[in-house]
Design a protein around this ligand. Structure first.
Ligand SMILES: Nc1ncnc2c1ncn2[C@@H]1O[C@H](COP(=O)(O)OP(=O)(O)O)[C@@H](O)[C@H]1O
Ligand SMILES: [Mg+2]
Length: 316
């Protein structure tokens, strides 16, 4: 349907039903520092949306962002700006808050204090259903019906649903795009295969193809190489490099705690430890032995060869 997203802006939004334009339910907000006292707020009527993005190249900006859950400060004064065409690595030890930050970028969590701006709109003031089609999120928790074929799973990316939406006709353009993305992610010849017979690496790449169906401006990959063997990891990284080359305006954020899992096309990095940013900026500035050692709390020597990084323990 055609919908209003801001002053003077009307867009075709196939993802939003009339029901989505009803009062918008904002998520639970926990009282900073307190125990769970959810403050559920319902806003009615037209959302107050900012005008067209003042800085169109900026995809995500966090400003003094804190996130408190169950009285725990999970993100602490996070400030970072991600622009179109940048490819960020989000690095940090287990429990650093990487997935929590990605949840905010995916509009599935909200800052407790400070601000998060996505595609020019402030989280908490915008109907997230209008933003979600522009954000591809590949989460390790995504569940797939094992009987579905690769093509069907990729096509569910159009609606952002787990199953194909009953009675919704898939059109020729969607089928063509699914075929193109399946090929781009190195899954040519796999389209009719059932999910259950795919390797982990093939599944990971199929989920990226699914996330790309809605032509997002921001692609979030949370530990896409987790559990893959070395061949699966290398195929995945080659596909990510290829994607970045073919879609130069796409911004991406790839989460990992292994430097070996970073594609050579990574341009920026953010080091997170205990919910705080230790460093953020271009890879040359951020990914140094000193900074990465501080981030992981262990002495590491970082090397870069043929564009790829490796970390080994410093002994003696
Ligand atoms: N719902 C929650 N309530 C309280 N703490 C949580 C919740 N979810 C995650 N955490 C904690 O938040 C911290 C950051 O988690 P997460 O963002 O998943 O870390 P990472 O992805 O870097 O491993 C961890 O210490 C985790 O235990
Ligand atoms: Mg995580």
């Amino acid at each position: 349907m055609r919908r209003y997203i801001g002053p003077g802006e009307l867009v075709d939004d196939p993802f939003t039903s009339a029901a989505d334009l009803a009062p918008v339910l904002l998520p639970d907000r926990l009282v900073p520092g307190g125990s769970a006292r959810p403050e559920l707020r319902v806003r009615s009527g037209r959302m107050s949306l900012p005008a067209a993005p003042a800085e169109p190249g900026i995809v995500f900006r966090a400003t003094g962002l804190d996130l408190v859950r169950d009285g725990q400060l999970l993100l602490d004064q996070v400030s970072v700006t991600i622009s179109a065409g940048e490819h960020w690595a989000l690095l940090g030890p287990n429990g650093a808050g990487k997935s929590t930050l990605v949840q905010i970028m995916a509009t599935y969590a909200y800052p407790t204090r400070g601000n998060a701006d996505l595609l020019g709109h402030r989280l908490g003031r915008v109907n997230v259903f209008s933003l979600r089609p522009q954000i591809g999120h590949v989460s390790p928790n995504h569940r797939v019906d094992p009987q579905r074929t690769v093509r069907e799973v990729v096509l569910t990316g159009v609606t952002g649903t787990i199953q194909l939406v009953p009675r919704r006709e898939t059109n020729a353009a969607e089928l063509a795009r699914a075929a193109e993305l399946t090929e781009l992610m190195g899954l040519t010849g796999r389209a009719d295969m059932a999910w259950q017979v795919l390797s982990q690496g093939e599944r990971s790449r199929a989920l990226i193809a699914r996330a790309l169906m809605a032509q997002p401006r921001l692609l979030l990959l949370d530990e896409p190489a987790a559990g893959l063997d070395v061949a699966g990891r290398e195929q995945l990284l080659a596909s990510v490099d290829e994607l970045r080359e073919r879609q130069p305006d796409l911004a991406t954020v790839l989460v990992t705690h292994h430097l070996e899992e970073l594609p050579a096309s990574t341009s920026h990095a953010l080091l997170l430890r205990g919910g705080r940013i230790l460093a953020a900026g271009t890879v040359g500035y951020v990914i140094t032995s000193e900074r990465v050692s501080a981030c992981f709390g262990h002495p590491l020597a970082i090397t870069r060869q043929a564009g790829r990084w490796a970390a080994v323990s410093v002994t003696g």
